[in-house]
Design a protein around this ligand. Structure first.
Ligand code: APR
Length: 320
């Protein structure tokens, strides 16, 4: 069987890390695309040379021409400008919307059968615009945010309780903004829902509240530390987890920004929800039961996403 082809649109910090992981794990041949000349070629060559150390036979190529992504099985999009300190994800809207137009048109022309994973922020609006610009089926265009937010939530829980991250299942829903919804009742440590964990004394309610708050601000915490960019290791790992579930038809349930068709009472927009990822892309959205508090938090988060979409339509009337 031919090797899978993975096109990385954007060869910056996340794109380069994605290429490294994809090559190490022999997920497929990798094309690094960017508008900057030399960077994708340099990263592709650097990683290609490393394949002789870790013993992987995939091919890597750097490109500035969309023709090179032809017939990709997976496209992971990180093209755009990342957040700088003090800049909200929403400030990025105008700049990155234009980038999504160019990327969407490139994918439409050269890789219309790909599974497309968008990482560019502000995520929920960018993935929505990318689907529109590319014209690909909604189930084949998905946003990466929830895997990352949930991983942060799980890591903070592991750190506090001393229990292995492997035995923690944490979930966040809603938009990829500071009002995302960490699902405390549905997240488990060793099978115990978090309220039960508090009742059994593994951590206090105050500690849990602090973890929820830290999860919501997880992206900003890294931006403040790095000063010159945003997180890239955990975002890249999260994108790879989604690509692997698609490529091997693994049908993992992952929190992703999926297009909703009535689920959670919403239609026509992308929001973070748990979804089954398999060979057909987003194969099913899982609906968590929500109590009044969770419903209110979810509504607020969705309203932020709707606000971003309205702003996109204003900037580019072709999206209306
Ligand atoms: N087409 C292709 N690539 C582009 C375009 C474009 N129109 N515009 C910018 N790029 C490239 C840049 O040249 C750069 O190499 O996108 C790359 C972005 O890389 P970084 O600046 O290193 O950003 P990164 O940390 O990888 O984050 C990418 O993901 O998490 C989000 O907020 C983050 O939106 C940002 C994105």
């Amino acid at each position: 069987m031919a090797r899978a082809k993975i096109a990385l649109i954007g060869s910056g910090m996340i794109g380069g890390t994605l290429a490294h992981i994809a090559a190490r794990e022999e997920l497929g041949d990798v094309v690094l695309f960017d508008i900057t000349e030399g960077v994708p070629q340099g990263k592709a060559l650097d990683i290609a040379e490393a394949t002789a150390v870790f013993g992987s036979d995939v091919a890597l190529k750097g490109a500035n021409d969309y023709a090179d992504i032809a017939d990709a099985d997976v496209c992971i999009v990180t093209a755009g400008v990342p957040r700088k300190p003090g800049m909200s994800r929403d400030d990025l809207l105008g700049i990155n919307l234009k980038v999504m137009k160019a990327v969407g048109e490139g994918i439409k022309k050269y890789a219309p059968n790909a599974f497309v994973i968008c990482i560019t922020n502000p995520l929920d609006a960018m993935v929505w615009a990318l689907q529109k610009f590319s014209g690909l089926p909604v189930e084949k265009v998905v946003g990466m945010a929830g895997v990352l937010d949930s991983a942060r939530f799980a890591y903070f829980l592991a750190e506090k309780t001393g229990i292995s991250v492997e035995d923690i299942h944490a979930w966040t829903l809603g938009g990829h903004g500071d009002d995302m919804v960490p699902m405390v009742r549905h997240s488990t440590v060793g099978g115990l829902p978090l309220p039960e964990l508090v009742a059994q004394g593994f951590l206090t309610q105050d500690e849990l509240d602090a973890i929820v708050k830290r999860t919501r601000g997880g992206g900003g915490e890294i931006v403040a530390l790095l000063k010159t960019g945003s997180a890239f290791y955990a975002p890249a790992e999260s994108g790879i987890a989604m690509a692997k579930s698609y490529l091997s038809d693994k049908k993992r349930v992952l929190p992703v920004a999926a297009f909703l068709n009535g689920e959670y009472g919403l239609s026509g927009l992308y929001v973070g929800v748990p979804a089954v990822i398999g060979k057909d892309g987003v194969e099913k959205v899982i609906e968590f039961s929500t109590n009044e508090d969770e419903k209110a938090m979810f509504k607020k988060s969705v309203e932020s996403v709707q606000g971003l979409i309205a702003a996109c339509k204003e900037i580019d009337p072709s999206l209306a």
